[in-house]
Design a binder for this molecule. Structure first.
Ligand code: FES
Length: 81
């Protein structure tokens, strides 16, 4: 499975000691791209557990959609030629 996510930041987020979870004593960094607390995991990855291998997904407005293929602006421009 593949997931398309939109990220708006243009630089790194430096972690500091205040980012450590007081109860667990660790820092959980999101790798699924769905966290509302990005870059920290908030448990949203649970929504991905039934994704199928070989399928691309987009999560938008609380909904999950399967994507047939990704079209870049260049692809769209070439199609209009
Ligand atoms: S890994 Fe993304 S929310 Fe947990």
């Amino acid at each position: 499975m593949t997931r398309l996510v939109e990220l708006e930041e243009r630089g790194p987020r430096r972690l500091d000691p205040s980012d450590i979870d007081d109860e667990k004593g660790d820092v959980a960094v999101c790798q699924c791209g769905l966290s509302e607390s990005f870059p920290f995991c908030d448990g949203s990855h649970r929504r991905t557990h039934d994704e199928d291998e070989g399928t691309t997904y987009v999560y938008e407005d609380g909904q999950r959609r399967e994507v047939e293929r990704v079209v870049t602006a260049e692809d769209a421009s070439d199609a209009g030629d």
